[in-house]
Ligand binder design. Structure first.
Ligand SMILES: Nc1ncnc2c1ncn2[C@@H]1O[C@H](COP(=O)(O)OP(=O)(O)OP(=O)(O)O)[C@@H](O)[C@H]1O
Ligand SMILES: [Mg+2]
Length: 499
């Protein structure tokens, strides 16, 4: 038997107006974890979707265990032993966890009339035990957090006992402990001879878990290197084809400035307890904490996406009633959600409609007609400022790569021109080069006098960007740190400070 599980050669793939893959290659050995890296839109997901039968290649060959294969759909790939955990979650929200995992292949009773729920739950429980996962298989997927949904996706892929497992940004929504669980599972699989493709923009993960790294740029194969023998800088310059320089750290003193947002004594059941905060004009207020600390719940409460039980919100010193996102937007508050698919963008609409969607009012002409020319110009401006990779602004968002969809959501809130912006994990899934662009943009906004609340799980990002940092633990604010005094250690200390 050949040691190669997968050999892909000369792969071509064209979408209308986009040459997504140009003579690309990739190989995978049994028992290795192979990183696939490249900027947003480089073609990573597309290459792996071709390997897993989601897309058909225009040209090229795929060999699986030394034999040429044609994988005409995902089922054929799964049956052959090739599974993929997708970047965008693909679960059916109204079905239970167990149903989602065994969808289409549930065990049936003799009579073949009813699905055998007991057998189903038993199998899922076994699977979860192997993963060290504590979750009720009978709960509906719509009730799970993004992180838990991600774990269900992983369980589903594992349940196929695949020889080849592709993970497309599996940790984007996971907490530290969940990442450790995942890495433990990956190591077990590697031991047992499974070949794993690991796509991520997080360099520390690539260094920790992968054996080899392949870099792609603009749909082309650039290089494959042994991960241990290459520096982070090397990989990044291969990815972007140039050096990236860190922008200098901006001044981080707010001083005596006007308070634009005040939250007083906000409570919401067990998720938010006595939250008090102020946000000043031109300030970036970082909110740190572990997953589950209540950061997203706080953002949603301010934005009116969830009802609050008690407490007061003041905008520019005036008490306001926010019954829903609509009221929040009218008060000049924008919210970039961590759950892009559910709240961020309408994937069936094109780029320009998504950019304009939160600000339609400002594009109305007298008589009620939309000024479509201005919408297009505005969208084109956003596309070039944020370097969104799309053939034109009439492209439906579902055809953009994951990172580029995220940029469109950012463009939507920049267009709305809000005074207060809440960004929940703004750089999730964004490549290193585009990340520094987004940091520059946030700094520009603050300099123009906009006020920003930034929730992030990446401590270096919080430390670099925030004027002030609030740390949350179990629904409470456990401390406030100045830009000067904050360190990874001081944040972690507060993030685990139970009260
Ligand atoms: N179904 C599709 N129709 C049209 N264009 C597509 C389609 N799928 C992908 N593309 C385009 O192909 C290119 C490669 O996209 P791909 O999703 O593979 O990028 P990626 O490397 O996974 O990026 P990211 O890091 O942002 O996830 C992009 O320009 C994207 O817009
Ligand atoms: Mg992708």
């Amino acid at each position: 038997m050949s040691e190669w599980l997968i050999q892909m050669e000369g792969i071509m793939k064209e979408f209308p107006g986009v040459l997504a893959l140009n003579n690309c290659r990739f190989d995978l050995r049994a028992g290795e974890v192979h990183a696939l890296m490249g900027e947003n839109g480089a073609g990573k997901s597309t290459l792996m979707k071709i390997l897993t039968g989601v897309y058909q290649k225009d040209a090229g060959t795929i060999e699986f265990k030394g034999q040429p294969v044609e994988l005409s759909n995902p089922k054929a790939a799964q049956d052959a032993g090739i599974s993929m955990i997708h970047q965008e979650l693909n679960l059916a929200p109204d079905l239970t966890v167990a149903q989602n995992i065994f969808i289409g292949r549930e065990p049936r009773r003799k009579l073949r009339l009813f699905l055998d729920d007991r057998a189903l739950h038993r199998q899922v429980k076994e699977l979860f035990e192997r993963m060290g996962l504590d979750m009720d298989p009978s709960i509906k997927v719509s009730e799970l957090t993004v992180a838990k949904q991600q774990m269900v996706e992983i369980a589903k892929a594992l349940s196929y006992n695949a020889d080849v497992l592709v993970m497309d940004e599996p940790t984007a929504a996971l907490s530290e402990t969940e990442i450790e669980d995942l890495f433990r599972i990956i190591r077990q699989l590697r031991e047992s001879g499974v070949g794993i493709v690991y796509i991520s923009h997080r360099m520390d993960e690539i260094k920790r878990i992968t054996d080899r790294t392949t870099v792609m740029r603009d749909g082309q194969y650039i290089d494959t290197v042994s991960t241990a023998e290459v520096t982070t800088q090397d990989i990044i310059s291969k990815m972007v084809g140039r050096q990236i320089y860190e922008t200098s750290k901006p001044e981080r003193t707010v001083g005596e400035r006007e308070t634009v947002l005040e939250v007083i004594g906000l409570n919401q059941g067990r998720t938010l307890k006595d939250i008090n905060l102020t946000l000043k004009k031109g300030e970036i207020l970082g909110i740190a904490g572990l997953v589950g600390a209540g950061r997203t719940e706080l953002a949603r409460a301010i934005f009116g996406a969830d009802r609050i039980q008690s407490g007061e919100i003041r905008v520019h010193g005036r008490k306001v009633t926010i019954r829903g996102p609509h009221d929040a937007v009218r008060q000049g508050i924008g919210y970039l959600s961590e759950d892009r698919k559910r709240y961020g963008c309408v994937v069936d609409l094109d780029v320009k409609s998504n950019v304009a969607i939160a600000s339609y009012g400002s594009f109305l002409r007298p008589g009620g007609w939309m000024n479509t020319t201005r919408i297009r110009e505005q969208a084109e401006d956003m596309v070039s400022r944020l370097k969104v990779k799309t053939p034109h602004v009439g492209q439906e968002v579902k055809f953009l790569s994951g990172g580029n969809q995220q940029k469109v959501v950012i463009g939507k809130w920049l267009t709305r021109d809000c005074d207060i912006l809440i960004f929940d994990e703004p750089t999730r899934g964004i490549d290193v080069g585009a990340k520094s662009e987004i940091y520059r943009l946030l700094n520009d906004l603050a300099a123009q006098g906009k006020s920003i609340i930034m929730i992030s799980s990446e401590l270096p990002e919080i430390l670099r960007m925030s004027h002030r940092i609030l740390v949350m633990c179990e629904g409470r604010i456990t401390g406030e740190l100045d830009h000067e005094e904050a360190t990874q250690e001081s944040i972690m200390h507060l993030a685990t400070a139970r009260m």
